[in-house]
Design a protein around this ligand. Structure first.
Ligand code: ATR
Length: 278
């Protein structure tokens, strides 16, 4: 039996088992995907177990996304640029453990699914400058956006992220949004604002183009106030659940050798899990 894992501390909240177990049954595989609680002090021992053959690979969540780097033999250029690992797999050349980051892929695949014209845009507004923003800025640069504006409460973080990702990027502030919005093709909220239990994100989209693509990486609730406003204005709202589902695809392919699909059935399954209906 092939096995894969998701490790983190805490780990109970992870939706990854629901996604991967669904694909395992769909493909009729003799495989198992399990959530394993691994504390920072246990990470070295756990990875030794992985290295010696117990697992095909797995996912990594907080707080191990950066520290795990030193325990791997290879890191993809994407993961190096994003600065975090979320997927571990065995390199083709041998038993070596490699680390990748599939968040940028998940972000792009979600927009390809729900707003394919996003690829034609040139100007993007990215709200937030944390870990999620790094993957999304990477994806935007990769797709060829030429004016990527990083808007963050803490100016220094927006500045350093913009500098790191090169000449297509610059930093701005929430005050400047009314002047930045009219030319934007795509707006992405990567902050936790608008998530259940968090303060809401107060933004007025009235100065934006009517075909603005508005993506919120928050998926609880599925329709945030930002997405509701975009929908009511006839813009193109894209929720964050698709990014969560699509980022799981490359790992499954690598561990189990099958290409899984992100479809309505999977989406409904994860929504009912989020709603506690399981
Ligand atoms: P993640 O890995 O999910 O991106 P993170 O690295 O903790 O999480 O980043 C959270 C982002 O949400 C940051 O950009 C943070 O802004 P600061 O850099 O100023 O902290 C943003 N954020 C969180 N709470 C916020 C709030 N109340 N107002 C504005 N921005 C907020």
């Amino acid at each position: 039996m092939k096995r894969a894992f998701v490790i983190g501390d805490p780990i109970k909240h992870s939706r990854s088992p629901v996604i991967h177990q669904h694909w395992i049954s769909q493909h009729g595989l003799d495989a198992r995907y399990e959530a394993i609680h691994v504390k920072p002090s246990e990470l070295g021992n756990f990875m030794a177990l992985v290295r010696h053959g117990d697992f095909a690979g797995g996912n990594v969540t907080l707080p191990h996304k950066e520290t795990i780097k030193t325990l791997l033999t290879k890191i993809t250029s994407t993961a190096r640029a994003i600065g975090a690992i979320n997927t571990i797999y065995r390199d083709k050349d041998g038993g070596d453990l490699a680390g990748d980051n599939t968040d940028a892929y998940g972000f792009s695949a979600n927009l390809d699914d729900h707003a394919p014209k996003w690829r034609d845009g040139t100007k993007a507004l990215i709200l937030g400058a944390g870990g999620a923003a790094r993957a999304i800025v990477y994806a935007m640069v990769d797709v060829g956006y030429t004016d990527i504006v990083i808007v963050n409460r803490t100016a220094e973080k927006a500045d350093s992220l913009a500098k790191e990702f090169g000449k297509a990027c610059r930093a701005s502030s929430f005050d400047q949004l009314p002047t930045e919005l009219p030319e934007a093709d795509c707006l992405v909220n990567t902050t936790s604002l608008g998530m259940n239990g968090q303060p809401s994100l107060e933004i007025d989209l009235s100065s934006a183009q009517s075909n603005l693509v508005v993506n919120d990486i928050v998926y609880a609730p599925l329709e945030t106030a930002l997405l509701e406003q975009a929908r009511k204005r006839g813009m193109i709202p894209v929720d964050g659940l698709g990014m969560l589902l699509h980022q799981a695809v490359p790992g499954f392919e690598r561990w189990f050798g099958e290409q899984p699909v992100v479809d309505a059935e999977l989406r409904d399954l994860v929504i009912s899990d989020l709603n506690g209906d399981r």
